[in-house]
Design a protein around this ligand. Structure first.
Ligand code: PLP
Length: 366
């Protein structure tokens, strides 16, 4: 099979599985237990925290383990309760839909528009901002791969005493991410996008941010996230972070070379449009459309040839719903409906890219 959907999930690295295994059988202690078996589990969690902190340059910040990016995002939003909240129009549903559902929590809820390249423009002229209000802007978009200039955004917000949360799930392990340089207050991460296990993630919290828990019932994670820790998954996340740190340069170079090869071939297809082509994007992602072609149909044809890609959206052929991200960027509906997202991984190779392009061309011709 040719797997080109790494923004959806990645295969657990063998080295990650190896690191996790002992914590599923021999070292099964509860990290809250005071005896040796418990202390071993506690220490493994501490090591994972250090590994993740090292990957994102977050010394001094708190890393609160969660069940994934979705929960980390939900915890961040819960901390905007009773305050004003602004979220960008291209956020993952775990931000966008949660914010809309819990609208009543917030003093005021706004959507931040994006331009044709998918870049946010901050509504800083808004006069009703109050100190402590929160803005949520993702670092890299899961569909288009567009990277926001977060450092500039955080600087502008800090001047006004506003908090910034970023969903860095798709940026992690693909580009250097520095929690400190970005200057954000909260950052969401997910393990399964970086060759770690599913069901594990973290919310990174700056030293000066007073985090309120959204679930109670135990003192785990210093009371910020009650519930017995998923020790094996956390160990796996830590190991995946460690590998991402040491291999980041080579992974980036490799994925960019593959994407360049792919894009060169895609440009030879008449009418094909690469979304946000000119914007700064994570090196593994390309989303494109071909007018008049159904993305869903194309996806199924590729699946029949054992190639996994995504339409990159919560798009459903039956409902005719199209990607909110592309809609926000002002992409024509017909073009947006044809969207296909290819997201490369560290183990893809040139031959897979060439086979994908051949099958794509043949499917379009049919
Ligand atoms: C940008 C972004 N945020 C959050 C999530 C959710 O992460 P998780 O699957 O760990 O809940 C995803 C997953 O697709 C994502 O792409």
């Amino acid at each position: 099979m040719i797997y080109l959907d790494h923004n959806a999930t990645t295969r657990c690295d063998e080295r990650v599985v190896e690191a996790m295994l002992p914590y599923l059988n021999t070292m099964y202690g509860n990290p809250s237990s005071l005896y040796k078996l418990g202390r071993i589990a506690r220490s493994a969690i501490d090591t994972a925290r250090e590994q993740i902190s090292a990957l994102i340059d977050a010394a001094g910040a708190r890393i609160v383990f969660t069940s994934g990016g979705t929960e980390a995002n939900a915890l961040a939003l819960a901390n905007a309760r009773h305050r004003g909240l602004a979220v960008s129009a291209i956020e993952h549903p775990s931000i966008f839909e949660n914010a809309a559902y819990y609208k009543h929590w917030f003093r005021d809820l706004q959507t931040i528009e994006v331009n044709g390249d998918g870049l946010v423009s901050l509504p800083l002229e808004k006069t009703s901002w109050q100190t402590g209000d929160m803005v949520s802007v993702m670092l890299a978009n899961n569909e288009t791969g567009v990277i926001q200039d977060l450092a500039a955004i955080s600087e502008a917000l800090a001047e006004r005493g506003l908090n910034l949360h970023t969903d860095a799930v798709q940026a992690l392990g693909k580009i250097p991410v520095s929690f400190k340089t970005l200057g954000v207050n909260l950052m969401s991460l997910s393990s399964h996008k970086i060759y770690g296990p599913k069901g594990c993630g973290a919310l990174v919290v700056s030293e000066d941010f007073v985090l309120k828990p959204s679930q109670r019932g135990g003192d785990q994670e210093h009371g910020w996230r009650a519930g017995t820790e998923n020790v094996a998954a956390i160990v796996g996340f830590g190991k995946a972070a460690d590998l991402a740190k040491s291999e980041l340069g080579s992974r980036q170079t490799r994925m960019l070379a593959l994407r360049t090869r792919l894009e060169q071939s895609l440009r030879t297809i008449p009418g094909l449009v690469i979304f946000a082509e000119k914007a700064k994007r994570i090196p593994n992602t390309v989303q494109f459309g071909i007018p008049g072609i159904s993305g869903e149909m194309l996806l199924m044809q590729l699946d029949q040839r054992n190639i996994a890609v995504s339409s990159g959206s919560a798009c459903s052929a039956s409902s005719g719903e199209i990607s909110p991200v592309l809609t926000a960027m002002g992409v024509d509906v017909r073009l947006a409906r044809s969207a296909i997202r290819v997201s490369l991984g560290k183990d893809n190779n040139e031959s897979e890219i060439d086979q994908f392009v051949d099958v794509l061309k043949a499917s379009i011709a049919n």
